[in-house]
Design a protein around this ligand. Sequence first.
Ligand code: DGL
Length: 276
Amino acid sequence: MMATLGPLGVFDSGIGGLSIVREIRRQLPTADILYVADQAHVPYGPRPLEQVRAFSEGITRFLLDRGAPLIVVACNTASAAALVRLRGIFPAVPFVGMEPAVKPAAETSRTGVVGVLATPATFQGELFASVVERFAQGIRLVNRTAPGLVECIEAGDLDGPEPRRLLETALEPILAEGADTLVLACTHYPFVIPLIEDIVGPGVRVIDPSPAIARQTERMLVSLGVPSKSHPGTLRMATSGNPARLAKMSSSLTGETARCEALRWQDGRLGLAEPA
Ligand code: DGL
């Protein structure tokens, strides 16, 4: 017997994956989505890869229990740390993961210098090494992290003096090397694109991968034969942090209000928190 088809599962350490959700909603307005934010553990970026793998596995199990036909790992850090492991543990489950958009950057850069902004864990993973090997031949990559920026974005500070200072510090060496293209390889960063563009100026193309990820999600749903509906899809959320806060952030970042449930980690498993 076929299991009931649940919502598309999408997850991130926090609100970053909402940049992907926003784009999926634009391109696939009839898809039902369940978004999980692991805000008890955000940021993932400075954590050991093994720990990020364990969190990603716990969240995936939760989404599969809810009937997700497809999981979008809307987090570069979790994709870098855990995608290979997840595909090994759940061989029948289709995953869409984030891969730093070095390919389109390398194809269009005129100076041959490309900046990549990501978390430390994303640069450590084998995924990044393979992206560099496949797509960055003849290109000089300037890889930078922006410690503290994810925390600013989580706190809702998208344009204040602190994120500006952190971005200026991260971007200065990229500009100094002559980059004309900047890859945003963390799903939190699209929310500070206006600030980034203000710092880098019109001579640098900023690549936000979220439209491409939404297109890939659509292709995958079509190939899986997931039927599309004629009425608007639902958007639900769940967080291991504060549900009221996530609901508020989500409505300001995506323009949509969503019901948000509280989650709790217990012995490595993620489940609904007991009602208070
Ligand atoms: N949004 C994430 C990413 O794409 C995670 C950032 C973090 O938790 O450090 O990498």
